[in-house]
Ligand binder design. Structure first.
Ligand SMILES: O=P(O)(O)OC[C@@]1(O)O[C@H](CO)[C@@H](O)[C@@H]1O
Length: 405
């Protein structure tokens, strides 16, 4: 495993077979006024202030959070502590990147490393009183306790009354738009309200359904609380309808990108479901039974928190996706990893950019960062003419599918 060169890919990176791709530079934070730059310069200070407001870390840890913020906004990249359990992995994933300016590195790498580094002042990995304490738990808990989550639980009561096709349509839409409920994203006030479902800029949902014919489905999850609730409701329907024989839910092994779902977050959601009345409890009960029977599995692979694209998947994950009938990637970060977070022309065929993937793959994403591929020229022209930040505001979404040849 390892990163591929940051230079422009001319043809297929790493010389693997596949279609010739146009040149596309990786997104970095060096461009003034860019979204990526605003994440480090505007979003991260808010995030750290909120963490320090929400969790009573002592003075030394608070100073270490501030120092990390300073380093990541204007400094060069320091390595991990000598005794960090994941130091060897990061030395490989970050080869040639330590000591360089944060802003010049690929945004995918630098942002992922920033979330890894946050775990050190939080004391999450080291032995001691703060070991294993999720620094984002106050935000995740607030969403679980909020009116939006309660409304989503209650909305499940509508599902049994719907015809199967309508139910599938509603569940898929909920899984797509549930991705607006990203707590990192809502750190900035102008972010779109999670309730507002907007426009699909690409919709290959018919192809997605046509692939779901009873095999194993891998779901690469994104956010906890409202998004994972929608994902779990969809998974329940896939299992109950026979569209999936087994579902493997990939979660994060540690707190990541604020609200990304860990095993603990999935269990918290299931607990809320089973404690609620009506269909929420029945759905939660079926999912618990599926876990017990092994039809639903949870996997927390270290690569879930790697700063690399899926092109660099380790062998075991590659094999798993190759054997699955379909891999479903949820959310913006997984999309960035799928298309290598480059400034592709938006009309470059999605199938070409993802041709390396070892099996059929679908992506359900609201657009919250600059990279995008596979859009029709007239769609791009219309969106650009609209004068809105359609790539980054979370008001637009897509469902795209690739079945490698
Ligand atoms: O993967 P998710 O939860 O949909 O989005 C992750 C995200 O909030 O993080 C990045 C900026 O911080 C963007 O790619 C995106 O908006």
């Amino acid at each position: 495993m390892g990163g591929h060169p940051e230079g422009h890919p001319e043809g297929h990176p790493e010389g693997l077979p596949g279609p010739a791709l146009p040149q596309a530079p990786p997104i970095t934070c060096d461009e003034p006024g860019s979204f990526a730059r605003s994440v480090f310069q505007d979003r991260h200070p808010v995030l750290i202030r909120r963490i320090l407001d929400a969790v009573p870390y002592g003075p030394e840890r608070r100073r270490d959070f501030a120092a990390l913020l300073e380093e990541s906004r204007s400094g060069t990249v320091a390595g991990l502590p000598r005794d960090a359990p994941d130091r060897a992995a990061w030395e490989e994933w970050g080869e040639g990147r330590f000591g360089r300016r944060w802003a010049e590195l690929p945004f995918l790498w630098s942002e992922s490393y920033f979330y890894r580094r946050l775990l050190d002042p939080a004391g999450y990995l080291a032995a001691g009183a703060w070991h294993g304490v999720d620094l984002f738990a106050p935000f995740k808990d607030a969403e679980l306790d909020g009116p939006g989550f309660a409304a989503d639980l209650a909305a499940l009561d509508e599902l049994p009354g719907l015809a199967p096709a309508d139910r599938e349509h509603a569940l898929l839409a909920a899984a797509v738009w549930g991705n607006q409920a990203d707590l990192g994203f809502t750190m900035v006030a102008e972010a779109a309200a999670p309730e507002a479902s907007g426009t699909l800029v690409a919709d290959e949902s018919e192809r997605l359904w046509s692939l779901l014919d009873g095999g194993t489905v891998v779901v690469v999850t994104d956010n906890s609380a409202r998004e994972i609730l929608a994902d779990l409701a969809l998974v329940d329907d896939l299992l109950a309808s026979g569209r999936a024989r087994e579902v493997d839910l990939l979660v994060k092994p540690r707190p990541y990108y604020v609200s990304d779902a860990t095993t603990q977050d999935v269990l918290s959601c299931l607990r809320r479901m089973t404690a609620a009345p009506g269909e929420a409890a029945r759905t939660g009960g079926r999912l618990l039974a599926a876990l017990r029977e092994g039809r639903l599995t949870l996997t927390a692979h270290p690569f879930a928190c790697a700063p690399l694209g899926y092109r660099d998947m380790p062998y075991d994950l590659r094999e798993r996706c190759a054997a699955a009938r379909l891999t479903v990637m949820k959310g913006d970060l997984n999309y960035r990893r799928l298309v290598d977070d480059r400034l592709w022309p938006a009309t470059v065929p999605f199938a070409d950019v993802t041709a390396y993937f070892p099996g059929p793959v679908a992506t359900l994403r609201t657009l919250k960062s600059d990279t995008v591929a596979g859009l029709a020229p007239e769609t791009v022209a219309r969106l650009d003419a609209g004068g809105t930040a359609w790539r980054t505001s979370g008001t637009h979404a897509l469902i795209q599918v690739t079945v490698p040849g």
